[in-house]
Ligand binder design. Structure first.
Ligand code: ADP
Ligand code: MG
Length: 610
């Protein structure tokens, strides 16, 4: 038999690689504008047509390219920005992988015009589907213009995968914001067809924020507080919104060393600082810029990922938290619920080194910063998911493995010494649904299932973020068969599922064997519907909003693993549940904003006896 292995032609290899880098018009915009920045441009103009489907054009007045470079630029791994592996640890440019132009040219029709200051004539290159059609000298301005036409003209599957114009435009704008907010010294123009959408003269950060998010009527920069902290680990600068201007949706941006990043963990630090200053359904704006030694971060994970790993994450968290709190003038926070604790030492208002308040942080999973569609929860047969729990419960008087592991694993940022508060706490269960107890101001009522959802949600989210869930191997592995259109969404959450304790192996494309599940889900029978539900949730939570996605995954898991709403609990079980609830970052609401607890005040009770 003859040999069967052969190397793929470059055009095919490039097209495959392009799948990683170029997912939609917004990816093209990002790569081209970043290149313009790297070329030292002081002026960058973007023109898009049909939400970038038919044209994305980027013009800059940067340093331009020589004739050879103009051709070389389209080769895979062709870059002028790093030379060896060592350079990877001191990256100061936006790009460095040298794969963007090769990828774009593999899946679109590209025209390049570029001229260096010192050259009389510039170079024109026309390339489509990785094939060079033309290269010649032309007269053109100093700098570079890229025209990217008919994106995915040769990849119909990709083209079909694109969303509506409004969604794609949103993606384009979001990429644009992420860049212009870190380069206020560069002038930007943005045209949608013939319409001028943005004209942003060079300025400073504060003015730039206003240029982008403010309006003639509403000056955004007047709603902002400035923050600034310099330490030997990190410099934190930027602006945060005054609490009174918090809104349902608000721009929230982190940048590190001039690069946009997503960081759910740091986001939490900011949100916790606003705790009790804003309503649960509101969000503050923030624009926070970190400067750290490039050696202490890892930006090299994935071409389209915006997550960044920090060496000193914990320390940075504290610095950020303190910085934001200081700006908010907020250091003495008082616990929100006073427990009746006769004979129990007073709960300290402030621990020396811990955050004290039981925060009422707010989280609204249906809030989708990148899309306009409102999130709808898919229908599921929840009852069927609990059958496993009920069975186990009957012959097992304690919580068994279904109950969240001991408090350590669920403790999030704020710890209150709950033991002190709850020792000897007496709980009464109403209708096998509500836990009732007496607190200082009256009668506290807790919805037990919602409490459990909150506890598990925090736990799952933490596991996802810290990448350390526990897996329970399945005796009978299950098969997950994905529809082609779901495959991409599954890819997006695969890593998070793995971190939370799922263990799966690909069989054939689109089919996975589920070999293990998060230990909290042991006994759940409907793993496959759960996974499908998660994909469904991620689908509706458009875009690369990874936080939204992780929260959806955590919420789906929590809702599956949580106690049923009706189940008898003994006093120990209730104690445990309440204790754990109060170690949660936000114990007043479920992640999707439903109340977990309520107090019937003494006055209200007395009123009824009038
Ligand atoms: P990377 O940005 O990772 O180096 P790209 O594929 O985006 O890779 O670009 C390849 C090379 O083409 C860059 O390293 C740069 O030398 C050159 N280049 C791309 N865009 C421009 C531009 N607008 N102006 C000048 N040079 C550019
Ligand atoms: Mg680049």
């Amino acid at each position: 038999m003859s040999d069967v292995i052969h190397l793929l032609p470059d055009s095919v290899a490039n097209q495959i690689a392009a799948g990683e880098v170029i997912q939609r018009p917004a990816s093209v915009l990002k790569e081209l504008v970043e290149n313009a920045i790297d070329a030292g441009a002081e002026f960058i103009q973007v023109v898009v047509k049909d939400a970038g489907r038919t044209l994305i054009q980027v013009t800059d007045n940067g340093k331009g390219m020589s004739e050879t470079d103009a051709r070389m630029a389209f080769e895979r791994h062709a870059t002028s920005k790093i030379k060896d592996a060592q350079d990877l640890f001191s990256i100061r440019t936006m790009g460095f992988r040298g794969e963007a132009l090769a990828s774009i040219a593999a899946v679109a029709q590209v025209e390049l015009r570029s001229r260096r200051e010192e050259d009389e004539l510039g170079t024109f290159v026309e390339i489509a589907g990785s094939r060079v059609f033309k290269q010649q000298s032309v007269q053109c301005d100093k700098g570079t213009t890229f025209l990217v036409k008919n994106l995915f003209f040769n990849v119909p599957a990709r083209r079909r995968f694109l969303k509506s114009d409004s969604v794609e435009k949103n993606h384009l704008l979001n990429e644009f914001y992420r860049i212009v907010l870190v380069h206020p010294d560069v002038e930007f123009l943005f045209y949608d067809g013939d319409d001028e959408i943005f004209r942003l003269p060079a300025s400073n950060v504060k003015v730039r924020i206003d240029q982008v998010f403010g309006s003639a009527k509403k000056k955004l920069n007047q709603q902002l507080l400035s923050i600034e902290t310099e330490t030997n680990l990190v410099n934190v600068k930027g602006f945060i919104g005054r609490p009174e201007f918090a809104q349902k949706t608000a721009p929230q941006y982190f940048f590190v060393n001039g690069r946009y990043m997503r960081h759910p963990y740091f986001h939490k630090a900011v949100m916790l600082a606003y705790n009790q200053l804003i309503q649960p359904t509101e969000n503050p704006s923030y624009f926070i810029y970190f400067e750290v030694d490039p050696q202490t971060i890892d930006i090299n994970i994935h071409p389209t990922k915006t997550e960044i790993k920090f060496e000193n994450e914990q320390a940075l968290w504290s610095i950020l938290s303190a910085t934001v709190k200081e700006a908010l003038g907020k250091f003495n926070i008082v616990p929100s619920i006073d427990f009746d604790r006769e004979g129990v030492p007073d709960m300290p208002v402030q621990h020396s080194n811990e955050m004290v308040s039981p925060p009422k942080t707010i989280f609204n999973p249906s809030y989708n910063p990148f899309g306009s569609s409102s999130y709808k929860r898919p229908q599921m047969e929840w009852e069927s998911l609990y059958s496993g729990f009920e069975k186990e419960k009957k012959n097992n008087d304690d919580f068994g493995d279904n109950f969240p592991a001991e408090a350590e694993s669920t403790v999030i940022q704020s710890k209150i010494n709950i033991e002190e508060v709850f020792t000897g706490g007496i709980y009464f269960q109403l209708k096998n649904r509500f836990i009732i107890t007496s607190v200082k101001s009256g009668m506290l009522m807790i919805d037990q299932r919602r409490a459990h959802i909150r506890i598990l949600f925090d736990q799952f989210l933490k596991e996802i973020q810290q990448k350390k869930g526990f897996s329970q191997q399945l005796l009978f592995p299950e098969t997950l068969q994905l529809m082609p259109e779901d495959l991409l969404f599954f890819e997006q959450i695969k890593a998070d599922l793995y971190y939370v304790g799922f263990d799966f192996e690909p069989e054939v494309p689109g089919r996975y064997t589920i070999k293990g599940v998060p230990s909290q889900l042991k006994g759940t029978e409907s793993i496959i519907p759960l996974l499908n539900d998660m994909i469904e949730r991620v689908k509706t939570a458009t875009g690369d909003a990874v936080a939204v996605m992780q929260e959806q995954v955590a919420l789906a898991l929590a809702e599956t693993a949580a106690l049923p709403s009706v189940q008898s609990l003994n006093n120990d079980e209730m104690t445990k549940l309440v204790e754990q609830l109060f170690t949660c970052s936000s114990h007043n609401h479920t992640p999707d904003g439903k109340p977990v607890m309520n107090i019937l005040t003494q006055e209200e009770i007395q009123q009824r006896f009038k």
